[in-house]
Design a protein around this ligand. Sequence first.
Ligand SMILES: [Zn+2]
Length: 270
Amino acid sequence: MSIYVVVLIIFSYLVCVKCIYRRRRWSLVKSLQRLMNVSSDKEISGDDIRALIVTAHPDDECMFFAPTLVRLVELKATVHVLCLSEGNYYNQGALRKQELVNSCTVLGIPESRITIMDHKKLPDDPKAEWSISLVSSAIVKHIRAHSFNMVLTFDGRGVSGHANHTAIHKAVSHLASTGQVPDDCCLLSLVTVGLLRKYISFLDLPLSWLLPSSLCFIIGSQGYKQAKAAMLCHRTQLLWFRYLYITFSRYMLINTFRVIPQGPKNLKIY
Ligand SMILES: [Zn+2]
């Protein structure tokens, strides 16, 4: 292949990335209108969205969900974070709670909208099997207490495969299949991509854009600076490979979500 063809392919790819960046806000608004059943004639506003991000550990919010948080806050949506553990695996729970609060502040979420659970049956431990009924009841109580109309969490592969992440997906899927979620609340799972796509940063944009998803949050350089600053709040976690993650992970720039289908409402299980 001649050098000209290679240059042409790279140039076309970068033009494609640029076009996606330009259209990202329009596309996000259209997807949100569809999901929230807002008429396409009306511009969706922050008042229409009450979102809950459910995570397992302090640092999940910026490591995996930063583009979502940054974009929803930009749209002036009401955004809460429910973190189901203190991240006490190395007995640093108290410190990590404060790091989570600091990180959320950087991402635009006030402390009053953060809930951190500390339940002995929900330890930060990849070998621990979290009770699905305990997790699902904590989440559904939170949804009802704050009237959320959008819940975003991990998918069945949990991005990193951590058992605590996948337990949350199982719990939310359980709520969905048993019809326990309020009618106006949509459930979304963060798409886990393969190892190669995970670490090609913005070069994953065309694939994330073209492959089917229900919502796609993309942040630019300003949002990336916020996400990076939030990651740096988690001082206890800043080992050398975290810096590589910050530089190369597409989750620092792109989040794609799929809707978790919901079953009939108030299903009785005998
Ligand atoms: Zn985690």
